[in-house]
Design a protein around this ligand. Structure first.
Ligand SMILES: CC(C)(COP(=O)(O)OP(=O)(O)OC[C@H]1O[C@@H](n2cnc3c(N)ncnc32)[C@H](O)[C@@H]1OP(=O)(O)O)[C@@H](O)C(=O)NCCC(=O)NCCS
Length: 130
């Protein structure tokens, strides 16, 4: 990683189950963002999606910082399980997920896009039996 970059993290509520986390610079530019939606049918499960850092700001710790903020927010919202899908060949993202303690659960083909995907999961609240 090169030098970490200064960023303000803003959390924007899109609707009652959907939030976007934005890393902004002093000029207000959104350098990176990620979204979280909890499942209506099972609000203790959160789905992470649309993670992206603008190319010129990559490898400066922004995605990792956003994911850590998202995780702490999810804990406050009593979300006990975070999941996300990543393309099998997306090594930068897979390395980040693994660094953050996610577990690669299974792989499958998305027939809509013909991409192989991996499901990553992280348990935030352990069951009393574990
Ligand atoms: C994946 C992505 C979001 C990472 O964003 P980023 O802000 O550059 O990531 P960070 O600087 O926070 O890196 C965090 C960790 O991710 C991993 N990582 C990120 N980019 C990497 C790369 N090019 N090569 C290897 N590991 C990488 C490393 O483990 C890194 O930790 P380290 O710096 O201590 O080694 C960015 O590359 C991106 O926007 N890619 C295109 C969109 C995309 O693939 N989104 C994910 C969809 S699931």
């Amino acid at each position: 990683m090169s030098e970490p970059i200064d960023a303000v993290i803003r959390i924007v509520q899109v609707d009652s189950e959907y939030w976007q986390f934005r890393a902004q610079n002093a000029q207000g530019q959104v350098m990176a963002s990620v979204s979280l939606r909890c499942l209506s049918e099972c609000p203790c499960v959160g789905v992470i999606f649309h993670l992206a850092t603008l190319e010129q700001y990559r490898r400066r710790g922004l995605a990792e910082r956003l994911e850590r903020e998202l995780e702490s927010f999810a804990r406050q919202k009593s979300i006990g399980l975070l999941i996300s899908t990543v393309r099998v060949g997306n090594h930068p993202c897979r390395l980040m997920k693994e660094k953050l303690g996610y577990y690669a659960d299974c792989q499958w083909l998305n027939p809509r896009t013909d991409h192989d995907l991996v499901l990553y999961r992280k348990v935030l609240s352990l069951s009393v039996d574990s």
